[in-house]
Design a protein around this ligand. Structure first.
Ligand code: NDP
Length: 453
């Protein structure tokens, strides 16, 4: 049996060994999920709701344990990890209201009545990356289960521990066997089988744009449903009329949270030229004041390590051809540490301005007017997130409508909320997750005409 050695990224020390499923084992578990589907589909809506609430309650009772696991496995700060485990609970509670609200429609037609039903798909395959193992899993499995599907979930090879535990908690909460199955393994094996196995009727993928494209192409073979949440290179646009102190004090957390390993990271900062010097001065103090420490020994750590030696090499590789303006601290430990780093950019063609670095590196560029800010913000293949800082509400609205991105915050860097839709424009993704309509994305709409004559 092949195994993966999970490392603590803060120290590079081994945590545990996790067995990796083979293609054959994956097929067996997918087929079990397919067998469990008809009974789960037929569970009365109120009972399915009760089971999801019970699942949420069991997760709630284990928030601290899950958070500690994530600190060790992913190097997340304790505050973030607690929020992430709580987010799984909240997401389950939110979607526990859905089974009783999967409404169809009644459409006027002559000679009878036309009604629609929301039918679950069958087995849904959720493929999760390593950057936010718990919330990203929950955003897929909670609405999928609520809609009456069974779920197979593949955590990232690097970060399987919380998903494995959440799978056990589902059984403890009373979910029937085969309804929710966590399958640790390699993307090229387990993930690939999700795409190829005909019993899997939808893939809900979060990860790199490159793998997302491969999955979309693979799904085309069976016209398999697919939702893709992919990369980003989001802009934080700061106008001169904004509260510059607030914009500069919050900007580091909008990009260096989770050590920059965040698809919504505001990794390009655009600052109106007349406020540029003031903003940079304040940004420098904020970045140098960040608390970058081992989250395993400092519960107040604000930024931890990168996930792996490979990710560290990728991120530092982007710094080879640029001049660093200033950086924050990083501890002298054996783990995968990169300090929060600020680069000044004056050419939108530069690699550092265009590529999704997925690490604690931000590029700052001045702009002269509103039109230029929107043009520069949109000059990217991505379109996931972004922020706008201004005191002019009209300008905020104009710019918000002009920026081609799925999720924007004004005078804030608000993160993803489970009760509002989330998804990307352009190469940042396909489809929407979360929000009140999310369970519909895990159904087909069936149209039934009943003749009255
Ligand atoms: P990937 O896209 O490779 O991984 C995401 C998930 O997909 C993992 O569970 C992975 O499994 C799985 N996977 C990989 N290949 C396949 C495949 N052929 N079929 C099915 N599933 C597959 O991201 P990486 O972890 O390699 O990160 C690389 C870069 O991607 C980062 O540097 C960052 O730029 C970006 N990224 C973006 C994320 C986002 O939230 N938008 C999240 C993570 C990464 P396994 O773990 O075994 O590789």
């Amino acid at each position: 049996m092949t195994t993966h050695t999970v490392l603590n990224p803060a120290t590079a020390q081994p945590v545990t060994e996790v067995p990796l499923a083979s293609a054959e084992e994956t097929d067996v578990l997918i087929e079990r999920a397919a067998e469990a589907f008809p009974a789960w589909r037929d569970v009365a809506p109120g009972e399915r709701a009760r089971l999801l609430r019970a699942f949420a309650a069991v997760v709630d009772a284990h928030v601290e344990e899950l958070a500690e696991l994530e600190v060790r496995n992913a190097g997340h700060t304790l505050g973030n990890a607690r929020w992430e485990a709580g987010n799984v609970r909240d997401c389950l509670n939110y979607y526990s209201a859905s089974p009783e609200r999967l409404f169809g429609r009644q459409i006027p037609v002559p000679g009878g009545v036309d009604i629609t039903f929301r039918e679950p798909l069958g087995v849904v395959g959720v493929i999760v990356p390593w950057n936010f193992p718990m919330p990203i899993a929950g955003w897929g499995f909670a609405p999928a289960l609520a809609a009456g599907n069974t779920v197979v979930l593949k955590p990232a090879e690097l970060t399987p521990l919380t998903a494995i535990r959440i799978g056990e908690l589902a059984v403890e909460a009373g979910l029937p066997e085969g309804v929710f199955t966590v399958i640790p393994g390699k993307g090229s094996v387990v993930g690939q089988r999700f795409v190829e196995h005909p019993a899997v009727r939808k893939i809900c993928f979060t990860g790199s744009t490159e793998v997302g494209k491969q999955i979309m192409a693979g799904c085309a073979e069976q016209v398999k449903r697919v939702t893709l949440e992919l990369g980003g290179k989001s802009a934080n646009i700061v106008f001169a009329d904004a509260d510059i102190a607030r914009a500069a004090a919050t900007a580091p957390y909008a990009v260096f949270d989770n050590a920059g390993q965040d698809c919504c990271a505001r990794s390009r900062i655009l600052v109106e030229r007349s406020a540029y010097d003031e903003f940079l001065g304040r940004l420098e103090s904020a970045v140098k004041g960040m608390r970058v420490t081992d989250p395993g020994s400092d519960p107040d750590s604000e930024m931890g390590p990168l996930i792996s030696a490979q990710q560290k090499a990728t991120v530092t590789g982007y710094l080879d051809d640029v001049e660093v303006a200033f950086s924050g601290p990083a501890p002298d430990l054996d783990g995968f540490w990169v300090p929060p780093t600020v680069v000044l950019s004056d050419d939108p063609a530069e690699r550092i301005w265009r590529a999704e670095v997925f690490g604690p590196v931000v590029a700052v560029m001045p702009f002269d007017d509103e039109a230029e800010a929107v043009r520069l913000a949109n000059d990217t293949e991505y379109g996931l997130s972004g922020s706008i800082f201004t005191r002019d509400v009209g300008k905020a609205l104009r710019v918000a409508r002009g920026v081609e991105t799925g999720n924007l915050s004004v005078n804030s860097h608000a993160a993803v909320r489970y009760w509002t839709p989330f998804g990307g424009f352009k190469q940042s993704g396909l489809g929407r997750e979360l929000g009140p309509d999310a369970p519909n994305a895990f159904t087909e709409e069936k149209n039934v005409f009943i003749a009255s004559d």
